[in-house]
Structure formats: C-alpha cells, structure tokens
Design a protein around this ligand. Structure first.
Ligand SMILES: NC(=O)c1ccc[n+]([C@@H]2O[C@H](COP(=O)([O-])OP(=O)(O)OC[C@H]3O[C@@H](n4cnc5c(N)ncnc54)[C@H](OP(=O)(O)O)[C@@H]3O)[C@@H](O)[C@H]2O)c1
Length: 324
C-alpha cells in the first residue's frame, strides 16, 4: 500500500480510504467485518464513516454503521488506524438532533465515540453545511473538541468553495483548528462541482482531498449493461441514485471509452477510474466502497502504477465539463 500525507498535516493515510456506507445496508455485519479485516490486511489504514449511516436502509437506524465498526475495532490496534466520521445529519427527530450547532456537535461526538468504542476520532468532518448556524459557533465547538483530545483533525464535506474559504479565514482569525481536508463528490462523470473552484482552493490552502463515490456508485465498474436491467442486489437495482447515469447517454459513451482503455492497458474500468483520481496531485485518497469482500481486490489494483500521461489527457478531454 502507498501512504500519503493528508494536506498540510503530518498524518499518513493509505492512498485508498475504505468507505463504510454499505455496512448495515448492502453488507451485513459479518460481511462488513470481513471487508474491514481484508482492507487492513493489505495496508489500508484509513476508514471513513458517518454518524447517520445507514439511516436510509430498510429496517436500519442512524448509528448502525458506527456500531458495526465499533464491534470490529475491539480486536484491532486502534492506534494503527485513522478513523474518520461525520456530524450534521439527523440522529433523531428533535430540532437539536441535527445540524452544526455547538449543542448538537457536542452531543453527536459523544454518540460517535460510544458507538465506535474509541476515545478519539482521527478526522471529524462536517457532513454538509448548516445555513442556520453561524460558522464561528461550529468552528469554535470543533476547536474545543480538538483541544480536549476527542478529535485529532477536522474536515469538511460537500462545502462550496466560498464557504470553505470563509471557514479557513475564521479559524485563522481566531487561531482555532482549521479544516485540514475536504470530502467532495468527485469522479470521471462528476467533475465540475470540485474542479470549478474547490480544486484550486484545496491546492492553495493545502487541504487533503478525499473524493467520495469515485466509481459513480458502481456505474464505472462496467457491470451495468445498456439494454439490461441492473443486476439483482446491485446499487443500481435498489437505489434511484444511479439513474442519473443509467439513463444518461453521455455517461454510457464515457463508460465505453473507459472500458476500451482498460482492456488496452490490461486493467479494469474501476482501476482506470480510480487511477485517474489518484493521478491528480491534489487528491489524497479516493474513498472506495464495496458491498462484498470479493469486490475489494480489484479496487486495490488501482494503486501502485501510474496512469500513462496520454491516457490521462485523453480522459480529461473525454469527460471535460462545459459552461452551461
Ligand atoms: N460525504 C458524503 O456526502 C458521502 C456521500 C457518499 C459516499 N460517501 C463515502 O464514500 C464512500 C464510497 O462511496 P460510494 O459507495 O458511492 O463509492 P463508489 O466507488 O462510487 O461505489 C461503490 C459501489 O460500487 C460497487 N462496486 C465497487 N467495487 C466493485 C467491484 N469490484 N465489482 C462490482 N461492483 C463494485 C458496489 O456496489 P453494489 O455491489 O452495491 O452494486 C459498491 O458499493 C462511502 O462508503 C462513504 O464512506 C460520502
């Protein structure tokens, strides 16, 4: 496994981060534990979760994924792992059970620590902005958590550039802990949101970048067929989210080309899509997700070889975003 430094911190994280959104959803607990152990066995030390996962899954509840990770963590060397979780989404139905107020953040961190069965969180991320709470209140609460040792580093997810820049400015102004990472939605089929403004900001300010949905929810694996229904049990079969690609002619054309390049290079489409992200110097670690342990080895094969420069240029041009 290759290790990278997260932004301008000294923290070393594996070039692939293991996402856990499937745990308690499409991966049951024994499967989730097998995935975690297999990932750690090959040197992945970076694990991403969120307090609300997998609240959308039938019969599940917010917090279940952290509980599943917590039970696995009991048998592990905690200090060898970099555990990232998130706060913001609804953990209950009350008005203060969500958001980025001081009150909710201080409650939510205790909940995550309890479910994960750990004394500290390595990277505590705000899941998405809260327009109803002043950023100063959020950042001050996060700074307190860092000073108390409950949290080692803080990060943001799904922030627009102007707000992320404002947050960095506020932290700097008061000498508080600042966001050291951004978790954006970023893949070959979803580029503009990150590249328009955030990419330059992260490069300039030295933020680590950990893109989520690097395979467009599995579309870029190449397992979906244009004329056939999604394979039973796949995300395309159980979630509406993938329709944005399954019903999108441009996405199918990009996939055809990714498949062609993959077979030319003796790789798989997933490996090409991940290698394209890894070839961007601003990207630290794409967050991979799997629903079975068998899916993991293919994704690990994305690390350790450079995407040829001409292939990168070709993919850049093929998937370029345009002004609307
Ligand atoms: N911050 C946020 O708002 C946010 C949002 C989304 C995700 N995330 C994080 O990012 C992580 C990854 O997101 P994602 O799951 O959307 O990533 P993704 O890489 O785009 O999609 C992962 C899915 O692709 C399929 N897949 C992966 N490897 C495969 C293989 N070798 N063969 C066949 N299918 C394969 C699996 O789906 P099926 O087997 O189910 O078809 C798997 O669950 C999450 O776990 C979470 O930690 C964060």
């Amino acid at each position: 496994m290759e290790y990278r430094t997260l932004g301008r911190t000294g923290l070393k994280v594996s070039a692939l981060c293991l996402g856990t959104m499937t745990f308690g959803w499409t991966a049951d607990e024994p499967t989730a534990h097998r995935i975690l152990s297999a990932a750690v066995d090959v040197g992945i030390n970076f694990i991403d979760t969120a307090d609300i996962y997998p609240y959308w899954a039938p019969g599940a509840w917010a917090g279940r994924t952290e509980e599943i990770i917590g039970r696995w963590l009991k048998g592990q060397r905690r200090e060898a792992l970099v555990i990232a979780t998130k706060v913001r989404g609804p953990m209950g139905s009350g008005p203060n059970d969500q958001g980025l107020s001081r009150k909710h953040i201080l409650e939510a961190v205790e909940g995550s620590l309890r479910r994960l069965g750990t004394d500290y969180i390595d990277l505590y991320q705000v899941h998405w902005p809260d327009q109803e709470t002043p950023l100063e209140e959020t950042l001050r609460a996060l700074d307190d958590l860092v000073r108390q040792g409950k949290v080692r580093y803080i990060g943001a997810s799904n922030f627009p550039a102007w707000l992320l820049c404002k947050a960095l400015w506020i932290s700097d102004k008061y000498g508080w802990a600042r966001f050291d990472s951004l978790q954006p939605h970023y893949n070959l089929l979803h580029r503009a949101e990150f590249e328009r403004e955030l990419m330059a900001l992260c490069r300039d300010q030295g933020l680590g970048v950990i893109p989520y949905s690097p395979l467009a929810g599995g579309f870029l694996t190449g397992k979906y067929q244009r004329e056939a229904p999604p394979p039973p049990g796949s995300r395309g079969a159980i979630s509406e989210w993938l329709r944005r690609y399954l019903q999108n002619e441009r996405a199918w054309r990009v996939l055809e080309e990714v498949k062609r390049l993959a077979s030319e290079l003796g790789r798989t489409p997933s490996q090409i899509a991940l290698a394209w992200l890894l070839s961007n110097p601003v990207v630290t670690s794409p967050i991979i997700g799997v629903s079975t342990v068998e899916q993991l080895p293919e994704l690990l094969g994305a690390v350790g070889w450079p995407l040829p420069e001409e292939v990168k240029r070709h993919l850049d041009a093929l998937t370029a975003w345009h002004e609307e």
